[in-house]
Design a protein around this ligand. Structure first.
Ligand SMILES: [Zn+2]
Ligand SMILES: [Zn+2]
Length: 254
């Protein structure tokens, strides 16, 4: 398994543990796009998809790749048990810790406090209270106060240069817009990586948003400076660049 796939699986697991199912799912799916035979990614995906059919498909893929995989076998057995209705038994009636008048049968599986359906957050490892999820999220999103402005500043600075030069140089080539299509994602990806390194790879919940805004601003500043200094405005290649630039930044920093 290559390192990128391993890293994606590791990030997916980290996100799944704190209930960020969407994020986890994106990581696992990206890992599988790169390596459809990564059994660990199928196993991780089984924990973050919602329907039993999807879970079953994930477990079956794992077993195709690794016959006898204990986790996948246990998962399938668990799915089978879910589908046979359990005999009715009167569950213990509890009252939600936050809403003392609301009856419930759920407990947070981390701190064990009773929670109602409104207070419960479904994670791949079971129901948890919002406080526990927030605590784990704070751990996962470990950005510090200065990380947002630092990441934005790095992106802004680099985007000014790229925004001025890439569309301009490409506009001088025949079919330059086509080159913009292929060049922008790796270049913007490099800028995203630089921003990530500048903040010690810490994760911020809104890094993707502030950074892509800084990227658009930087790109626009770049093209305006070019116009002002050299008097050219390669608007077509710039337009393609800026759209791809913003979407690459937001995808890479999520
Ligand atoms: Zn809890
Ligand atoms: Zn409640």
């Amino acid at each position: 398994m290559n390192r990128e796939v391993e890293e994606l699986i590791r990030q997916g697991m980290a996100a799944a543990r704190v209930g960020e199912k969407e994020e986890a799912r994106r990581h696992f799916e990206e890992a599988l796009r790169l390596d459809p035979n990564a059994a660990a990614a199928w196993l991780g995906l089984s924990g973050v998809v919602d329907s039993p059919e999807e879970k079953r498909r994930c477990f079956q893929r794992v077993l195709e790749l690794e016959p006898g995989n204990a986790e996948a076998l246990a998962g399938l057995a668990w799915l089978d048990r879910q589908q046979t209705p359990a005999p009715a038994e009167a569950p213990e009636v509890l009252y939600c810790a936050n809403h003392p008048t609301v009856e419930t049968v759920l407990r947070c599986n981390r701190c064990n406090k009773p929670i109602c359906v409104k207070c419960a957050v479904q994670t791949p490892v079971g129901y948890r209270c919002k406080e526990c999820v927030a605590e784990l999220q704070a751990h996962y999103f470990n950005a510090q106060a200065w990380d947002y402005p630092i990441a934005a500043a790095v992106t802004l600075f680099l985007s000014i240069f790229v925004g001025a030069f890439l569309p301009w140089l490409m506009s001088m080539l025949p079919y330059g817009w086509l080159f913009v299509f292929f060049l922008t994602p790796p270049v913007s990806g490099g800028i995203a990586e630089a921003a990530r390194r500048a903040v010690g790879r810490r994760r911020g919940k809104y890094t993707w948003l502030t950074t892509s805004a800084a990227g658009v601003l930087g790109g626009v500043l770049g093209i305006l400076i070019l116009w002002w200094q050299i008097g050219v405005m390669p608007w077509l290649t710039f337009l393609i660049f800026i759209v791809l630039h913003a979407s690459t930044l937001s995808m890479r920093l999520r």
